[in-house]
Write a protein that binds this ligand. Structure first.
Ligand SMILES: [Ca+2]
Ligand SMILES: [Ca+2]
Length: 106
């Protein structure tokens, strides 16, 4: 499901950006997650809350395509510090983006 999300973002944002000679997948992935996070974080306060997720789900009608796994699961399972918000760091962790501060866990 998470890879589906990344694919969605890929289709949206990375259309003519395939020329990267080194094919730095990790960097591209991080960029995607950054863009996704900004997109989710409607009020740009650095946290994605349940209302913002709901907005995204409505806009994208993701519920239809991802019937067995919704964006709410992101908040349910990937809210690592259980504050009911998803921070960018938690997004990184969710999508396994290597980060100096988060290198201990996968
Ligand atoms: Ca927000
Ligand atoms: Ca959190």
């Amino acid at each position: 499901m998470k890879s589906m999300l990344l694919d969605l973002q890929n289709q949206k944002y990375i259309t003519q950006d395939n020329e990267n000679p080194n094919g730095d997948d990790v960097f591209r992935k991080k960029l995607l997650v950054d863009q996704m996070f900004k997109y989710f974080d409607a009020d740009s306060n650095g946290l994605v809350d349940i209302n913002e997720l709901t907005q995204v789900i409505k806009q994208e009608e993701l519920g239809k395509d991802l019937s067995d796994c919704t964006l709410y699961d992101l908040l349910k399972y990937d809210d690592f510090n259980s504050d009911k918000h998803l921070a960018l760091e938690e997004f990184y962790r969710t999508f396994h983006i290597e980060n100096k501060n988060l290198s201990e866990t996968k």
